[in-house]
Design a protein around this ligand. Structure first.
Ligand code: EPU
Length: 418
């Protein structure tokens, strides 16, 4: 298993190009199952989760051609298998995103039910309830959930709570349903909007994506087209924190800072200077950071996918702050690893009280999930001495060449292949 070695304490300076968004490309790849025509996707990030989703599409019978750097053409005209097997779903929960498209286009799907994961139990009951409301018959047996419908019917669906992939799954399913679907209490994440924009470019009739109510008028079929994946706001935010924590000066390019207003506001409160352009953001870290309270919320609130990184930042800041996680019930696995670096954190339920120490000291640590790994990399960059991060396969799921990007701006970081 690979590990990452970091010798911390260097300030990072320079420019980092941002990759396409993992959480946009995964639903968009799944959406190609809705059409028999070729779909060309650009700005594809090179990530393990993307490879897994491509493998899943291949297993369904799709043909994928990686035809240029960062581009892929997907042809789902010969899809003949509607089963998403355990061995793929267990490595990537987002596999569940093929369910809506498969039922809508092929009348059935059998998906291995994703179990719990490191950050919470993460059920998919709202995806299933929505498909049922659209006329699908749902069955569970042998660890697989099966959904069947000759043609889905439009329905009015109010989500009990805001779910990102739930919104995406039902929005995709509704594009080919008979009649109008109204989804309420939807996720407003930019990745939902990117998926909607891609679907619209393929002929879907969708209004309101990016707001809490989405209206979809089903069509008979979608055509082909092309779409560029939006930039990754979580990767952008992670490097913004790297600049702040190392007292550095980093400019992230090929991104969209408007997707990061809540995170930017918190960095400014912490004392960093943030400058923004249409497709770049620059962060200059202060000499001394101030600890800042964080509460995760659905977009446009503070993203849960940046909680671990900001918690790490608070560890090297001055003062005390509360970090409250409201989206997932178990997303503090990184705390005990940060404590190994000398952090002063007390967890009580869904709140972590951090007393900033001004500094951390390097140690061996273990990554437990994707964003937890990113927070450990950040902590290692700011810590004195050497930090060894084990189980970094988690980070390869969602960060493209993170060690290369950080090395290019001055980090003393290397991957040890093992
Ligand atoms: N939930 C239910 N029932 C459902 C669906 C969700 O109870 O049917 C609960 C979840 O257990 C959770 C909350 O609702 O407590 C919100 O979960 P959501 O469904 O929004 O999460 P997700 O769609 O599974 C996506 C991202 C996550 C990100 C969350 C929240 C993708 C592929 N994944 O997950 O990304 O944390 O939204 O923003 O888009 C990551 O990139 O590291 C990551 C975990």
């Amino acid at each position: 298993m690979d590990k990452i070695l970091i010798r911390g304490g260097k300030s990072l300076n320079g420019t980092i190009p941002i990759s396409g968004a993992k959480n946009a490309v995964l639903p968009i790849l799944a959406a190609t199952l809705l059409t028999d025509h070729k779909v060309h996707l650009g700005n594809i990030p090179h990530l393990r989760d993307v490879t897994t989703m491509m493998e899943l599409l291949g297993q369904h019978g799709a043909t994928l051609t990686v035809n240029e750097r960062l581009g892929v053409e997907v042809d789902c005209s010969s899809v003949n298998n509607t089963l998403a097997p355990y061995n793929l779903v267990r490595t990537m929960r987002a596999s569940v995103l093929v369910m809506g498209p498969l039922v809508a286009r092929h009348g059935q799907a059998q998906i291995s039910l994703p179990g719990g994961c490191a950050i919470g139990s993460r059920p998919i009951n709202l995806h299933l309830r929505g498909l049922e409301a659209m006329g699908a018959e749902i069955d569970l047996s042998g660890g697989y959930v099966s959904a069947k419908a000759s043609r889905l019917k439009g329905a009015n669906i109010v989500f009990d709570l805001v779910t990102v992939t739930g919104t995406e799954n039902l929005m995709m399913a509704a594009t080919l349903a008979e009649g109008r679907t109204i989804l309420e209490n939807c996720a407003c994440e930019p990745e939902v909007t990117d998926l909607a924009n891609c679907l619209i470019s393929l002929g879907a009739k969708i209004q309101g994506a990016g707001t809490s109510t989405i209206l979809i008028d089903g069509v008979e079929a979608l055509h082909g087209g092309s779409h560029n994946i939006l930039p990754d706001r979580i990767e952008t935010g992670t490097f913004m924190v790297a600049a702040a924590m190392t007292g550095g000066d980093l400019t992230m390019t090929g991104t969209d800072p408007r997707m990061l207003d809540a995170a930017t506001q918190k960095l400014r409160q912490a004392g960093a200077i943030v400058e923004e352009g249409a497709d770049w953001v620059r962060v200059i870290g202060p000499e001394h950071l101030r600890a800042v309270d964080i509460k995760t919320l659905p977009h446009p609130g503070f993203p849960t996918d940046l909680q671990a990184q900001y918690l790490a930042m608070n560890c090297v800041a001055h003062g005390a702050a509360m970090v409250t996680e409201t989206i997932f019930e178990n997303r503090f696995m990184h705390v005990s690893e940060l404590q190994r670096l000398g952090a002063d954190i007390t967890v009580n339920g869904n709140t972590a009280m951090v007393r900033g120490m001004g500094t951390l000291r390097g140690a061996p640590v273990m990554a437990t999930d994707l964003r937890a790994s990113a927070c450990l990399v950040l902590a290692g960059l700011a810590a004195e001495g050497e930090t060894e991060i084990n189980r970094v396969y988690h980070i390869d799921r969602g960060y493209e060449r993170i060690e290369e990007k950080l090395k290019a701006v001055g980090a003393n970081i290397q991957r040890i292949h093992g």
